[in-house]
Design a protein around this ligand. Structure first.
Ligand SMILES: *Cc1c(COP(=O)(O)O)cnc(C)c1O
Length: 241
């Protein structure tokens, strides 16, 4: 497994490097986050051992079950977050990519104060206005950034998005690029007022080149690194079998 992973990791890094070069950017300005959801902890550990320490999970429960079995990872929460799960993540995740409403920001701030930690977050934007996707509305983005950054112990460092799935037959990069451009414009507007709002978390296996071309500073890649995902989350019971 680990030889194949090394190979895939090299391929993904090469894709990022050539997209960055084409855009006149340094590939070091794009952080690769390996998305390990549904995969067992050994896969996540193999990634860390191969030098990919930034890992993303989208379900809090699955990540909680995995986290003690993986050493040396820097975890990113990239999925929707319920307020009753906030206590499990604050202080344990380097970056929470999915702040999409005021009450969630309030809860994160409150727990960060209690834990005496500074929690880094991104505001997730539903750029394609897609009912299947999380995120605040485009028109509400700057307000939410302004609101969340004023809360104690919360650092809003940028924006994240997951554009709508392109229709079949349409090149994913072409379909998603305008959405990535929208997120970049929002980030630029936010940064004029708040210089710390720098990051753009956008781009996945199918469209990372388009995202890097539009200024992504973080890409979240699962399939190209770890292969096809299983149907459901990984569960600790599986270790017994
Ligand atoms: C699963 C997931 C990814 C990775 O998608 P791939 O197409 O497998 O690279 C990226 N971002 C989020 C939010 C995800 O849930």
């Amino acid at each position: 497994m680990s030889e194949e992973l090394h190979q895939r990791l090299a391929e993904v890094r090469a894709r990022i490097a050539s997209a960055a070069e084409a855009a006149g950017r340094a590939s070091g300005d794009v952080l690769l986050i390996g998305v390990t959801k549904t995969h067992p902890p050994e896969v996540a550990q193999a990634a860390v051992d191969a030098g990919l320490v930034d890992l993303g999970e989208n379900r809090v429960q699955e990540w909680v079950a995995k986290r003690d079995r993986v050493h040396g990872a820097r975890w990113h929460l990239i999925g929707q977050l319920q307020r009753n799960k906030v206590k499990d993540v604050v202080g344990h995740q380097v970056l929470i990519h999915s702040v999409d409403r005021r009450r969630l920001a309030d809860a994160l701030s409150r727990h960060a104060v209690q834990a005496d930690t500074l929690q880094r977050v991104l505001v997730q934007v539903n750029v394609g206005d897609d009912p299947a996707k999380g995120g605040c509305e485009v028109s509400g983005t700057l307000d939410l950034v302004a609101y969340a950054r004023d809360l104690p112990n919360l650092a809003v460092e940028g924006l994240m998005t997951m554009p709508p799935l392109p229709p079949s037959g349409v090149d994913p990069g072409e379909a998603t690029r305008p959405h990535f451009a929208t997120l970049r414009q929002l980030r630029d507007q936010a940064r004029e007022r708040f210089p710390e709002v720098v990051h753009l978390s956008m781009g996945m296996t199918a469209d990372l080149e388009a995202a890097v071309a539009e200024g992504a500073t973080m890409v979240r890649v699962g399939t190209a690194l770890f292969g096809a995902r299983r149907d459901g989350p990984w569960r600790p019971e599986e270790d017994a079998g």
